[in-house]
Design a binder for this molecule. Structure first.
Ligand SMILES: Cc1ncc(COP(=O)(O)O)c(C=O)c1O
Length: 339
């Protein structure tokens, strides 16, 4: 029998790349999207989750039923739950109210225990509250292994050794720019490190949400709405000022333009992406593309699928409750707007 994997973990990676002919019809360069939601756990974080658990197995000689703890706003938790289910480890996910109900439920169905914090920290996020709770959890469970995705060479390495080479092979070494969403920085730094070495002329653009404190020279803390983007701390994954060795441009987006772009991509290409995917295709089309000519190629890395967000960013009532105005997202349908 051919092409049969011995576990779902072997199906991680080798995600498709799609040319966005309709979405990018009015810009000169060719726009591409790499669809990381086709990973079996539904996002690019599957790669990091597998890399992190394999690292922990080497570092801590994990045994079946050992416990792993992660702090997650969703996708890493799902990826970890999938990996831990296959490998027989117990998983505890520290989560907060920004995690969608369906994502929470999926983590539970994959066997994870959820510990939830409810209090916002002083930056308007939940990250610092999660870290407080982590401290008490580690005291309660001293044998559990905490894997910190914000300071994680294994996550960076997973993307440096899988996502980066896949991209390079798919574009046959010809890529003028790449646009990536950043949260912990694991995916973007891994891909950026690979491309800097093997394709040094590729411009590297990072996209974060306004109000995030992740990167140097951010504009200060403010409430954020998009899952996956932004942090209340500066993750060690970026290496402080070292990030500038790997990154050419940092762009801040707001939730409204990102969600609107996700809606536009859905209607024009039939690809429903989450808010961070909307953010990168928005930046790719409306900012990066004008710097390149016909014959150039620009790629967006799409972190996850929009079906995760039907009760949040694609729900008009939720948008209204958050004070967000995205006229193209309505109850009946997403309204096509003249570009
Ligand atoms: C939907 C989504 N977008 C973007 C990101 C950012 O990825 P990273 O943490 O690798 O920077 C994440 C991370 O969890 C995510 O879940």
């Amino acid at each position: 029998m051919r092409n049969i994997h011995t576990s779902v973990l072997e199906a991680i990676g080798e995600t498709p790349m799609i040319q966005l002919e309709r979405f990018g019809a009015r810009v000169e360069p060719t726009l591409l999207a790499k669809l990381e939601f086709t990973n079996p756990g539904g996002s690019m974080k599957d790669r990091a989750a597998l890399g992190m658990v394999e690292w922990a197995e080497r570092e801590y000689a994990l045994q079946p039923q050992d416990e792993i703890i992660v702090s997650t706003s969703g996708n890493l938790g799902l990826g970890m739950a999938m990996v831990c289910a296959v490998k027989g480890y117990r998983l505890t996910c520290l989560v907060d109210p920004k995690v969608n109900p369906s994502t929470e439920r999926c983590m539970q169905l994959l066997g994870a225990e959820l510990v939830k914090v409810d209090e916002q920290d002083h930056t308007g996020g939940y990250h610092l509250s999660r870290l407080d709770r982590l401290e008490s959890l580690q005291k309660e469970r001293p044998r559990a292994v905490y894997l910190d995705q914000y300071d994680c060479q294994a996550a960076i390495d997973a993307h440096r050794t899988t996502t980066g080479p896949e991209i390079f092979a798919q574009v046959e070494g010809k890529l003028d720019a790449i646009v990536m969403a950043t949260g912990t920085g694991g995916s973007s730094m891994g891909v950026a490190q690979f491309l800097r070495k093997h394709s040094p002329k590729t411009e590297i653009w990072l996209v974060d949400e306004k109000g995030s404190l992740a990167l140097p020279d951010n504009g200060g803390a403010a409430p954020r709405f998009l899952n996956g983007l932004g942090t209340s701390i500066a993750p060690a994954n970026f290496g402080g000022a070292e990030v500038h060795q790997y990154v050419d441009h940092i762009v801040y987006v707001n939730a409204e333009e990102s969600i609107a772009a996700a809606a536009e991509l859905a209607l024009s290409e039939g690809i429903l992406v989450g808010g961070s995917g909307g953010a990168v295709v928005h930046v790719m089309k409306n900012l990066v593309a004008s710097n390149f000519q016909l014959g150039s190629t620009i790629l967006s890395l799409i972190p996850d699928h929009g079906s995760r967000y039907t009760q949040t960013q694609f729900d008009p009532e939720w948008l209204c409750s958050m004070g967000l105005d995205v006229p193209s997202v309505t109850y009946s349908t997403v309204v096509k707007q003249d570009a």
